[in-house]
Design a protein around this ligand. Structure first.
Ligand SMILES: Cc1cc2nc3c(=O)[nH]c(=O)nc-3n(C[C@H](O)[C@H](O)[C@H](O)COP(=O)(O)OP(=O)(O)OC[C@H]3O[C@@H](n4cnc5c(N)ncnc54)[C@H](O)[C@@H]3O)c2cc1C
Length: 419
């Protein structure tokens, strides 16, 4: 697979490929397979795993070509935006060969098993235990808020393997098969009406040692890689054809895309960035730009989005030079939360009294309203706004850590007070 190192040439090459290959009557399995085989699914990923190893600007040129051709995007979800970048960084050859094809082709849904009832912001205090048993590990504990776990074939899991080490050091990262008796997934209903996340009970669940990602006790470092990608809005695995949850791969791409555009949940809409298109439609429909106050609000959203794009470009440059997103991505995550709130309030105001409706009674079958109900979650998922501010303060600006934190970082986890 040879590709030029000039964005214009990449654009031309990709556009020619899309014009020849894009067909909405293909099944999703066939289309995602074609994209992965050609390396256009995720152009910045390595060859053989759905990509061409292209640096950021060239990969973006390929995405531009796809949009120009009107072709549907690659698969999307925890598998592509969290598992893949972590696996590509820490995975063994065997792990890459076993898991990357299913991810790049959208065959396998993954979930993230990090948060626990007593460990959210202070994730390093987690209590789920993994104990070695020959060539396997036995896992016991409870996880919570796990998006898509009810559909997932695999999970990325962090568990405590050495309680006598300080809290950040005795953690190990695993790739767990969700399809086993020891894993019990119970969906949780949210105020949006959807059940996007779950609680997951692990009772003598088994993980093979060959499915350990990174060294024993190094799980915190591996998890930080996952989280830095989660907070990066420029993450290439966050496609615009958002489709979290189970997807019927035998469906045609055209039918799947139509389903998505008619009814997406607020979660997917927030992550895909598609909500700004819905806002544009609402503003036109309700003639909201005629109101000077709403015009001001729209200008503010435009400004926030420009700032995000500019900062995103800076972050991409940092990733290119350093290999992984740094703590600076926390500024982008904060901007995303703020932009989401502004879009919500402006959209609801633009609709006037219709902003108070719900479900099928509301404009566009309540699509925007569903996003509005989801908006608070943007300030929580992937680390709360307060936690992002702490990261920026301590790790970007070099301010002192919270009082007492130094002692909590050095005492064995087994001696720490826990709720
Ligand atoms: C939509 C959604 C999807 C999610 N998906 C997943 C998933 O797939 N997998 C997964 O593992 N988790 C998931 N989460 C969980 C998410 O990561 C946690 O909710 C988040 O880390 C916060 O933890 P917590 O809910 O326990 O809140 P807590 O940590 O209990 O925080 C409560 C409040 O205290 C504040 N606070 C806590 N510590 C500090 C501090 N040191 N300084 C200042 N303020 C502080 C917080 O900002 C917050 O306002 C999801 C959450 C949401 C909302």
């Amino acid at each position: 697979m040879s590709t030029s190192l000039d964005p214009e040439a990449v654009y031309t090459e990709a556009l020619a490929w899309y014009r020849e290959n894009w067909d909405p009557d293909l099944t999703l399995a066939d289309w995602w397979g074609r994209l992965a085989d050609a390396g256009w699914a995720f152009p910045s990923w390595p060859e053989g795993f759905g990509g061409r190893g292209l640096p950021g600007p060239l990969a973006k040129a390929a995405t531009k070509a796809r949009l120009a051709a009107g072709a549907f995007g690659p698969p999307n979800g925890v598998a592509t935006f969290l598992t893949a970048p972590t696996l590509l960084h820490y995975g063994t050859d065997d792990q890459l060969q076993r898991y990357m094809p299913g991810i790049a082709r959208g065959r396998d849904v993954w979930c993230q098993l990090f948060s626990e009832p007593g460990s959210g912001s202070d994730m390093a205090s987690l209590a789920t235990r993994a104990e070695r048993d020959g060539e396997e590990w036995v896992v016991n504990g409870q996880k919570v808020w796990n998006s898509g776990a009810q559909h997932a074939r695999y999970g990325i899991l962090i568990a405590r393997t050495d309680p006598d080490q300080p809290k950040h050091r005795g953690i190990t990262y695993f790739l767990i098969d969700m399809d086993q008796d020891g894993v019990d997934v119970r969906p949780l209903r949210e105020m949006t009406g959807d059940a996007a996340f779950n609680e997951v009970f692990l009772s003598d669940a088994r993980v093979r040692d060959v499915d350990r990602l990174g060294e024993v006790g190094e799980g915190w470092r591996v998890a930080m890689t996952t989280l830095s990608h989660e907070r990066d809005p420029d993450n290439v695995g966050l496609g615009d054809g958002a489709a979290f949850g189970r997807v019927d791969l035998t469906m045609t791409v055209g039918d799947h895309a139509r389903n998505l555009s008619e009814r997406v949940d607020g979660f997917s809409l927030a992550l895909s960035g598609g909500v700004t298109k819905v806002l544009d439609r609402l503003v036109a429909e309700f003639d909201a730009a005629a109101d000077p106050l709403l015009r001001q609000r729209l200008a503010r959203i435009l400004e926030l989005r420009r700032t995000s794009r500019w900062s995103g470009q800076r972050a991409t440059e940092a990733i290119k030079s350093g290999g992984q997103p740094g703590p600076e991505v926390s500024t982008l995550k904060l901007l995303g939360s703020e932009t989401g709130r502004q879009i919500r309030d402006t959209g609801l105001a633009a609709m006037g009294a219709d902003g108070m409706l719900w479900g099928d009674d509301a404009p566009h079958n309540g699509l925007f309203h569903s996003f509005a109900m989801f908006t608070p979650a943007q300030s929580i998922a992937g680390g709360t706004d307060e936690v992002q501010r702490n990261i920026i303060g301590e790790r970007v600006l070099g301010l002192p850590r919270e009082p007492g934190e130094a002692e909590l970082r050095t005492r064995p986890w087994s001696e720490l007070p826990r709720s």
